[in-house]
Ligand binder design. Structure first.
Ligand code: F6R
Length: 603
């Protein structure tokens, strides 16, 4: 979603802003813009619909300065257009603002404060910059005017503001949306994500909700809501530039699919010891073991991983698990058990839907754990405990290695709880060994990607729709496989419980409809094969992904056998490749699907 960058105090501000915006492209956006100025008070505002490359094409050589802000916009209020792109300017042309988030009361603000004001676009952000200008008539102090505007604004935001009369300062404030300050020598930067400014610094300072930060070249001043000065240590980002480069890969998604065996081995290293025993904070294990029910709360791919987590935790740890969509749970909370424990799954750690649930859980004083790929992310800071995924930055919009990392970390967690509870089923199982088998099997599948590419051509090159079907864990994998396929190839794909098709959805099967069956579970294999026969009789073009022990010679993809509780970690890999190749063959951008954002920071 929207991304923000800013810099104070460097000669080539324009280049740094543009490079920063390129690093934020992965978040998803539809327009972009920059504002640059300097002590000579010349200033430039350039905006463009489309990609950063389109913005660059509009930047003439004189667009230079030492101070600036930049923005990638993912449209919420008002369609994608140059007019609606950020930065936005106040009516008196004094203030320039970029914004990530949603201002919920923008209509009321318009009515109460800005009647008769000439607005040029349809965005909520434009309202905010006009409101700051409105309050600047009451106080000549920009920070005070900004604070007054913030006291009126309701919603989520990360704001960066420049007053053209003080071109050596950026004012920054946030509520619920991410924003960091990066520290340099004789310059400072701001960014939605440390990745955007890694070429400049790897020392960052977090900003808390409600704080106001004044960023100058030689210092930053943080004030809390009451105006008290806040001192906060910086931290060193555990990232280096090679983590976020594509290298020789044509797309990040392919690199990230290929990364998965390495990620599995990293998880073994981080969470198990030399003798294969689990190593997870004993306080987390103790608190989960004492709970009577686990609630997994997540969105999208993370939600799909949650279902696999449920099967593993229930089998190994013997604690009932419910899996919920964050966007539903927060506003329709089920009756909770007496001793609930909450697990939030979020690759980014910034998803607004999940965060609103965590806020409520914290208000209820209930214990929580976040599994996230991003240390220091909002969900990580606000949950009682965090387990990191150690997947390395995931840049492609379609999540792949974060999904398998979530499942692997949940597997270790389930095993650790089972061990703590002395459950015999879990004691007989060496998680480090089984995950290392998984890593090798993933490599085998990835090595055969060109065969998968050929199959995809036969099945998906022209189809309008497709189905993934399975039962139990194979159904949960089908949910994720179909999400992957639809989000990047735009094929209308559904993941379905194989036994449920005949209760209605089978009506959609026509001559040639691709149906992918996932078969890795002994107790349901025969039934899923039966369901595949039913669709085949009605014209479906079947494609079977099976585990060797349950395979038939005619199956299209046969996977080596792995531990029965971990099959999702391998059966998902061909489906990721299927989505990748289908998208390439249909001529779409694999890494940047339309309408989607990587980090979804609005509800
Ligand atoms: C799909 C995808 C999304 C995310 C969802 C939640 O490939 O990546 O469905 O899984 O937006 O994001 P996180 O995990 O960051 O909370």
């Amino acid at each position: 979603m929207c991304g923000i960058v800013g810099i104070v105090g460097k000669e080539n501000a324009t280049d740094i802003l543009v490079q920063g915006l390129e690093k934020l492209e992965y978040r998803g956006y539809d327009s972009a813009g920059i504002f640059v100025t300097g002590t000579d008070k010349k200033d430039y505002l350039v905006k463009s619909l489309g990609r950063i490359a389109d913005l660059q094409a509009q930047l003439s050589p004189e667009v230079q300065g030492t101070v600036g802000i930049g923005h990638t916009r993912w449209a919420t209020h008002g369609k994608p257009s140059e007019r609606n792109a950020h930065p936005h300017t106040s009516g008196n042309d004094q203030f320039i603002l970029v914004h990530n988030g949603v201002i919920e009361n923008f209509e009321e603000i318009k009515q109460d404060f800005l009647r008769g004001e000439q607005l040029t676009g349809e965005t909520d952000t434009e309202i905010a910059v006009h409101l700051i200008a409105y309050f600047s008539k009451e106080t000549a102090n920009t920070k005070e005017a900004f604070k007054k505007a913030l006291s009126v604004i309701k919603g989520s935001y990360a704001f960066a503001l420049i007053d053209k009369n003080e071109p050596e300062t950026i004012y920054v404030a946030k509520n619920k949306s991410p924003l960091l300050i990066g520290l340099g020598e004789d310059f400072n930067v701001i960014c939605s994500d440390a990745m955007a400014m890694l070429t400049q610094t790897n020392h960052f300072v977090e900003i808390n909700d409600g704080e106001m930060v004044t960023v100058k070249a030689d210092k930053i001043d943080i004030e809390d809501e009451k105006g008290n000065v806040v001192y906060r240590e910086s931290y060193e980002a555990q990232l280096d530039l090679s983590d976020i480069e594509k290298g020789t890969y044509p797309y990040y998604m392919l690199k990230e699919i290929d990364d998965q065996p390495t990620v599995m081995r990293r998880i073994i290293q981080e969470y198990t010891n030399q003798t294969g025993e689990t190593m997870i904070d004993p306080n987390v294990i103790k608190e989960i073991t004492a709970s009577d029910r686990i609630y997994i709360v997540a969105c999208g791919t993370s939600y799909n991983a949650g279902w696999i987590g449920k099967t593993m935790i229930e089998s190994l740890a013997g604690i009932p698990v419910e899996v919920h969509l964050s966007s539903e749970f927060g506003y329709n909370m089920p009756l909770l058990s007496e001793k609930p424990f909450f697990i939030f799954l979020s690759q980014s750690g910034e998803t607004a839907d999940s965060r609103q649930v965590l806020v409520q859980i914290n208000e209820l004083g209930l214990p929580s754990l976040t599994l996230t790929n991003v240390p220091g992310s909002t969900l990580s800071r606000e949950a009682k405990y965090t387990l990191l995924l150690h997947a390395g930055p995931e840049i492609a919009v379609a999540s792949t290695k974060a999904y398998t990392a979530q499942i692997a970390v949940l597997a270790v967690l389930a095993k650790a709880i089972g061990d703590k509870k002395n459950r015999s089923a879990s004691l007989a199982f060496d998680i480090a060994h089984e995950l290392s088998v998984i890593a090798s099997v993933m490599e085998t599948i990835i090595d055969e990607k060109m065969e998968i590419s050929q199959l995809v051509e036969e099945y998906l090159a022209v189809t309008r729709n497709a189905f993934y079907i399975g039962r139990g864990v194979d159904y949960y994998v089908s949910m994720e496989a179909s999400l992957k396929l639809k989000e990047i190839s735009y094929i209308q794909a559904e993941g379905f419980a194989a036994g449920e098709l005949k209760h209605g959805t089978i009506a959609l099967i026509e001559e040639g409809t691709p149906v992918f069956g996932v078969i890795t579970d002994k107790k349901t294999a025969a039934h899923t094969r039966g369901n595949l026969k039913e669709v085949e009789s009605r014209g479906a073009h079947n494609f079977v992904i099976s585990i060797a022990a349950l395979s038939k010679e005619t199956d299209q993809i046969i996977l080596p056998d792995v531990h029965p509780l971990l099959t999702a970690l391998v059966s998902i890999v061909p489906t990721q490749l299927i989505a990748y190749f289908a998208t390439l063959q249909r001529g779409y951008d694999v890494d940047k699907p339309r309408n989607l954002a990587k980090s979804v920071t609005v509800e």
